[in-house]
Design a protein around this ligand. Sequence first.
Ligand SMILES: *[C@@H]1O[C@H](CO)[C@@H](O)[C@H](O)[C@H]1NC(C)=O
Ligand SMILES: *[C@@H]1O[C@H](CO)[C@@H](O)[C@H](O)[C@H]1NC(C)=O
Ligand SMILES: *[C@@H]1O[C@H](CO)[C@@H](O)[C@H](O)[C@H]1NC(C)=O
Length: 335
Amino acid sequence: MVLYQVFLAAVVVGAFTLGPEMAEAVTMGPSLQKLTWHYYKVYNTCENAENFVRHQVETFYKNDKSITPKLLRLLYSDCFVSGCDASILLEGPNSERMAQQNRGLGAFVIIDKIKIVLEQRCPGVVSCADILNLATRDAVHLAGAPSYPVFTGRRDGLMSDRRTVDLPLPSISWEEAMAYFQSRGLSVLDMATLLGSHSMGRTHCSYVVDRLYNFNKTGKPNPTISKSFLSEMAKQCPSRARKGQTEPLVYLNPDSGSSHNFTSSYYSRILSNKSVLEVDQQLLYNDATKQISKEFSESFEDFRKSFALSMSKMGAINVLTKNEGEIRRDCRRRN
Ligand SMILES: *[C@@H]1O[C@H](CO)[C@@H](O)[C@H](O)[C@H]1NC(C)=O
Ligand SMILES: *[C@@H]1O[C@H](CO)[C@@H](O)[C@H](O)[C@H]1NC(C)=O
Ligand SMILES: *[C@@H]1O[C@H](CO)[C@@H](O)[C@H](O)[C@H]1NC(C)=O
């Protein structure tokens, strides 16, 4: 993964030999260039901000491994809709978090706790958007991903509107998914890599039952699903939920299960037709994403490196900097 090495080399040069202006200039991509590696240290506004975040994430993680998939989903839901501006954290009857696609989002309390700590140490300085990016990085690292550089200096958005939430359903076709990622400046490699977040976490059966019982309105299962896996899934997700029962949850990657660890087994499962979601299995039906899935299933290191790079790119989508937005004092409310 040559790209990643270039990227890291640029980061390292920026940190150790150049001042803040140059550190900004050597980073990658137009949007990433607006951010700075170790912004709060470089500008001397909250030298230990990243340590404070990491400490809190470690404390939460000890009690609950599921914070990793929850933070990943929260970050994705924030960045893909109106950019990484923490708009997903704002409360209100018409805010993004009230959109149907964002039902079941968690980890808000983790961000709140980290924000309280940072407001005590460095009042009014560290944005909620940066906290979300840093906390997610630390949580995926604890789960087995590399600790990639998170560029900081984001500011928090002033608006959050549920009508802007265009997150696709997990039954989306490959073409639609690709168009969606491309509209955010991400590539086919980024898409195949970021979907690897489904290496952990859980989903509702309602997102799976179509492919188990009524694929493409045929009244039959998707014929490509492995037979053994199909009967396993059918047990966990009955064709219709029994009366009065809450809708069951299933692991997105049964191999990782309740350990919620970060592995490349997500890609091996795609190759053996054992993906839980249709969007995951579709990576097999395009030559480019099939090749990427093969590469990642064979080399965990390649997946880890690509993940670091794609997460950095996702974290830079439409960021607010300089005098845009604000630094919220409470992540759930505008100042
Ligand atoms: C779904 O059904 C339509 C109409 O029968 C067909 O054209 C299309 O190829 C099918 N899609 C898949 C993914 O099988
Ligand atoms: C991930 O968790 C599964 C299930 O607990 C376990 O079998 C596997 O060894 C773990 N992998 C790593 C890399 O920790
Ligand atoms: C997965 O499904 C595809 C398409 O139906 C098939 O060509 C392939 O052989 C299957 N792979 C495995 C490991 O069963």
